[in-house]
Ligand binder design. Structure first.
Ligand SMILES: Cc1ncc(C[n+]2csc(CCOP(=O)(O)OP(=O)(O)O)c2C)c(N)n1
Ligand code: SF4
Length: 301
């Protein structure tokens, strides 16, 4: 059988982009994501960050860990501030600066949803990255609308969340923006190429990055990538791009169009303490939503 050609390494430059001494917990997905973003978008990138774990991980100037321009903003303001910055660069003729919102799922799916919708509708020239650790982690693991069914948080019953996860990428697709994609910290090459594509498109771009959090999801920190990879291998997290009203399944997810290739959802669930008390009906709900998501994908490819 022919061997797959090895992918060229992502050109990380740790000295220039990510400095030692950040405040992240062991196994945190945030620095994993940032390294790829900086490598793909380069030095001329401004990050707009609302309150979240990342505000703490990045730290305060001059001791910040991410070597970029960073604007810390109140929760709901991130898409509006980013839109204003992008417009200001445009007016000055500086078309080569990337303006990126880097926000958690609480800041995106809940508190920032209205201003996110506004920026998408105006088609502001920004890249919005929602790193999805599926709860409000910075304030002590409270549920968000992006927390999945059956997952425990400090504000759900011990048997886990009773509602389904809100699908923000689909909401952004409904806005008919130029580019929407899903990504995962377990597949940095895929994330890298999506960021490079996003950078080349003018207008509003949205990427939802699946980002398992060892603290809130209750797994040992060395398993962040394994958990993220299992989400894709079980078909639970589907990697795709949506552009020009067409959906393209990304390489890592392609095999799982065939349900027989998918690993059992239980493999993903059992690795995480947050699902320890999941009732059987919640597990069935998760499996059903996996099927429905793939049906949706099949209609669009
Ligand atoms: C308007 C407002 N409400 C609440 C807070 C408190 N707060 C700070 S960070 C945070 C959690 C953010 O969660 P998320 O966006 O999911 O990011 P994560 O912490 O999980 O990285 C909250 C509730 C705040 N700073 N501002
Ligand atoms: S709580 Fe989770 S997302 Fe927040 S810094 Fe720790 S590992 Fe990262």
């Amino acid at each position: 059988m022919a061997q797959a050609r090895p992918k060229p390494p992502i050109p990380y430059d740790m000295r220039d982009s990510f400095l030692p001494g950040d405040a992240a917990c062991s196994g945190c997905p945030i620095p994993m994501g940032w390294k790829v973003v900086r490598a793909a978008l380069g030095e001329k990138t401004v990050f707009v960050i609302p309150a979240c774990c990342s505000s703490v991980v990045v730290g305060v100037y001059p001791g910040q860990s991410l070597n970029s321009s960073i604007v810390h903003v109140p929760f709901a303001a991130a898409p509006s501030v980013a839109s204003g910055i992008a417009e200001a660069y445009e007016k000055r003729g500086l078309r080569d600066v990337n303006v990126v919102v880097w926000a958690g799922d609480g800041g995106t799916a809940d508190i920032g949803m209205a201003s996110l919708s506004g920026a998408a509708e105006r088609n502001n020239n920004i890249i919005y990255i929602m790193y999805d650790n599926e709860a409000y982690m910075n304030t002590g693991i409270q549920r968000s609308s992006s927390t999945p069914r059956g997952a425990w948080t400090t504000t759900t019953p011990v048997s886990g969340k009773t509602e389904q996860k809100k699908d923000v990428a689909k909401i952004m697709i409904a806005h008919d923006v130029p580019y929407v994609a899903t990504a995962s910290v377990a597949y940095p090459h895929d994330f890298y190429s999506k960021l490079q594509k996003a950078r080349s498109i003018r207008g509003f771009k949205f990427i939802q990055l699946h980002a398992p959090c060892p603290v809130g999801w209750r797994f040992e920190p060395q398993y962040t990538v394994k958990v993220a990879r299992l989400a894709v291998e079980t078909g639970l997290w589907i990697l795709y791009e949506y552009q020009g009203r067409r959906l393209t399944l990304s390489g890592p997810s392609r095999p799982y169009l065939d349900p027989s290739k998918r690993k059992p959802v239980e493999e993903y669930i059992r690795m995480q303490g947050r699902f320890r008390n999941i009732p059987p009906e919640a597990l069935e709900d998760i499996k059903r939503s996996v099927e429905l998501n793939w049906e949706w994908v099949k209609k669009l490819i």
